[in-house]
Design a protein around this ligand. Structure first.
Ligand code: ZN
Length: 432
């Protein structure tokens, strides 16, 4: 039997708190899970610094990747024998679902920003490069690894396949919303996925939803909207992220200044040089990053030491609402005041902005272009775009919301002697 068709003699199951069980029958899927590149995802947290806000949020990218695989497996089970669906693409969908986040590194968000990395780029390198994953995909068939990379990259020719893994209602989002809600313990993020899976239909170039499933989809869109503002963009999580980014900046800066580290940043050198090869990338996981932060508590550099101490012991920055576009004068004055009291504003006065688009109708050519959700009408094959049918979705669709915060070490400011003139002025600007 061809490798691509090989089945395990007995089905394997993973116990999962969100989907109850994750079922594996294909030998290829089982082999992929066993690779070192996939096992590495156990050491990368799904929600980065969110565990400092929601202590339950310690779940890994490994959990999430298995979850996305399981959702796609269930969708395809319902698609079998339906028109527009070719079951030859089943294994491709399952592999792409399982591997879609393979290139995520430790605390991806901050690392990508500071070192100008792109996890999608690394996913591609792992799928196509000299890796255990690639060996397995090559065994499946000629061009298969490339197909998997194309699906993840959204360039695969069959857009129906792509839409299962990345669209505005895809297996990726459906898994992370429920999983992140479960592990953070919030009451948002829940929706009736069973119902959505039942009303999904394959069309020529996309997955659509039967009109009768509209309310389940509304619930899903609202749950995504709430998760973004209540969990993903939580200001305390962002405070931890600000500090993490500043640690990386400081370590890079010190390295460039030939500072003599007690704990040399060996694992970071290619990151500092912005020239990271795959092997080095795969070697760096969150345990190693935290090891360095712990070790750097002994450094002579006060900024690096202090920032690490803040991250490790959760002494985060406080924040206020602050719009840099409208409050430039205050910003400049604060910057000078911080310099005057010897607190480096580059590290200790940070504006952070987050924004999200809850749902979008089709806008060709714009960044983050995503296909809208289409509802399949009872009358054969007629499609209507979701925001034209749903008042709830219409109310939030296409509206980008942005939130700006200013972060600073309030504890340090409070300790300034009362007679320093800068102190009163800083507090006046920050707190009015
Ligand atoms: Zn994902």
């Amino acid at each position: 039997m061809a490798y691509k068709d090989e089945q395990l003699s007995e089905e394997k199951v993973f116990k999962d708190p969100v989907h109850r069980y994750i079922h594996v029958k294909d030998q290829v899927i089982w082999d992929l899970i066993g690779t070192r590149e996939f096992q590495r995802l156990r050491r990368i947290k799904q929600l980065g610094t969110s565990f400092l806000t929601f202590h339950g949020a310690e779940h890994s990218r490994f959990n999430h990747s298995l979850g996305v695989y399981e959702i796609v497996r269930r969708i395809l089970f319902n698609f079998e024998n339906r028109p527009n669906w070719n079951n030859d693409e089943r294994l491709l969908c399952l592999c792409a679902a399982l591997l879609h986040d393979l290139g995520h590194g430790p605390f991806s968000h901050s690392f990508e920003k500071v070192f100008k990395l792109d996890h999608e780029d690394f996913t591609k390198k792992i799928v196509l490069g000299d890796t255990e994953i690639n060996k397995i995909l090559r065994r499946v068939g000629k061009g298969f690894a490339q197909d998997v990379a194309d699906v993840i990259n959204k360039t695969y020719e069959n857009k129906l396949v792509v839409s299962l893994i990345s669209s505005q209602i895809d297996a990726d989002r459906m898994d992370y919303l429920q999983r992140d809600a479960y592990f953070t313990g919030v009451s948002y993020g829940h929706f009736d996925m069973e119902r959505i899976l039942r009303v999904m239909r394959p069309m020529e170039d996309q997955v659509v939803i039967k009109q009768t499933g509209m309310h389940a989809v509304e619930d899903y869109i609202m749950s995504r909207y709430q998760m973004y503002w209540q969990v993903y963009f939580h200001p305390v999580t962002r405070s931890a992220e600000v500090i993490l980014s500043k640690i990386l900046h400081r370590a890079k800066y010190l390295y460039e200044q030939n500072y003599r580290f007690k704990q040399k940043p060996t694992h970071f050198l290619s990151f500092f040089a912005e020239n990271v090869d795959l092997e080095e990338y795969l070697r760096l996981d969150e345990s190693i990053v935290l090891y360095y932060f712990q070790a750097w508590l002994e450094e002579d550099d006060t900024v690096l030491r202090d920032l690490c101490e803040r991250f490790i012991n959760r002494r985060l920055f406080k924040y206020i609402e602050f719009n840099p576009n409208q409050q430039m004068t205050e910003w400049m004055e604060l910057y000078k005041l911080f310099q005057a009291i010897d607190i480096d504003p580059e590290y200790y006065l940070v504006v952070d902005s987050s924004s999200d688009l809850p749902y979008d109708f089709y806008r060709p050519g714009e960044e983050e272009e995503r296909l809208p959700i289409h509802l399949l009408q009872p009358k054969k094959d007629e499609l209507k775009e979701l925001s034209r049918q749903s008042d709830i979705v219409e109310a939030i669709s296409g509206k980008k919301r942005t939130d700006h915060k200013l972060y600073f070490p309030q504890d340090v400011l409070e300790q300034l002697p009362a007679d320093r003139p800068e102190k009163a002025r800083i507090f006046e600007i920050l707190f009015g």
